[in-house]
Design a protein around this ligand. Structure first.
Ligand SMILES: *[C@@H]1O[C@H](CO)[C@@H](O)[C@H](O)[C@H]1NC(C)=O
Ligand SMILES: *[C@@H]1O[C@H](CO)[C@@H](O)[C@H](O)[C@H]1NC(C)=O
Ligand SMILES: *[C@@H]1O[C@H](CO)[C@@H](O)[C@H](O)[C@H]1NC(C)=O
Length: 254
């Protein structure tokens, strides 16, 4: 089930059995054919969902998307809407072919329009527009590849077992007891096992990086000082005044 073929070769593939938009008007599937299955990739880089063009067309119809605001403002993007469409985007239920189901709450699905502000910071750029975390076309994993991104993972734990070539999902627990978070680490092949040894070795390697970094920086500073002195000595011979004007500190040495 987890290894159904995807349009591209992504490691974290799942098979979608249904995606349902729920709002005040009821439950609406984004699937044209209720028996169809769609392969999707779990992606930890992209935030929004990406759906096939057919699913996305249904989504746009159900959420009453329009291309232009009709008020002289810029056109809407595929993710942005007039604010009054927000209630149409209630929750999104993702059901996988093995029965695993995840409900994405409204607050993860919709926000004000966000993007790069005038200073290049990620911020709300138009509070008069709504923005849905649903898109189609180019995504992090290529064109028309269905993606379950950060919004999906906001409600799920993803456990990737590299040694076993497998991964698993479980529903997120909103406020777990402090002592209920268990880390899992696979013994690495270079010796040692478990979480503590892997954190030790990462600490060691960051210490090593620091040492290398310091040596390199000191080396560069040293070369810089030597080069400056050579340059100064070289310049000093024919045009003393010129050197003094450029390197006032040299005066003290003379
Ligand atoms: C929509 O689906 C939910 C969850 O499956 C269900 O509890 C609810 O009754 C459904 N609503 C309608 C109007 O069918
Ligand atoms: C913000 O959105 C409103 C409503 O669509 C629009 O009138 C306005 O021109 C937009 N402002 C900018 C800066 O895009
Ligand atoms: C590896 O995966 C198999 C099947 O998915 C599972 O039964 C087994 O317990 C896993 N092994 C480890 C070490 O997690």
């Amino acid at each position: 089930m987890w290894s159904a073929s995807a349009p591209i070769n992504c490691p974290l593939q799942v098979l979608l059995a249904d995606v349902v938009l729920s709002n005040a008007a009821g439950n609406h599937s984004l699937f044209g054919d209720p028996d169809s299955k769609v392969t999707a990739c779990i992606d930890t880089i992209q935030n929004a969902f990406a759906f096939t063009p057919a699913m996305f067309a249904k989504w746009q119809g159900l959420t009453n998307w329009v291309a232009s605001p009709g008020d002289g403002g810029p056109d809407f993007t595929q993710q942005t809407y007039p604010l009054d469409r927000e209630p149409l985007m209630g929750t999104l239920t993702i059901r996988l072919a093995n029965g695993y189901t995840s409900v994405i709450p409204h607050y993860e699905l919709v926000s004000n329009e966000r993007g790069s502000d005038s200073q290049g910071k990620y911020a709300v750029v138009n509070a008069s527009r709504a923005m849905a975390a649903v898109q189609t076309g180019d995504s992090d994993l290529g064109r028309d590849t269905p993606v379950l991104g950060g919004v999906f993972l906001s409600q799920n734990y993803l456990r990737v077992d590299y040694a076993n070539n497998s991964f698993s999902l479980s529903p997120r627990v909103a406020s777990p007891p402090d002592d209920d978070i268990v880390t899992t680490c696979t013994p690495d092949k270079t010796g040692g096992a478990g979480a503590s040894s892997s954190s030790d070795s990462s600490e060691q390697s960051s210490m090593l990086n620091l040492k290398i970094g310091l040596s390199v920086s000191l080396g560069i500073v040293f070369i810089g000082v030597v080069a400056t002195l050579c340059w100064v000595w070289y310049k000093k011979i024919p045009t003393r005044r010129y050197v003094i004007r450029w390197m006032p500190l040299i005066k003290f040495r003379e």
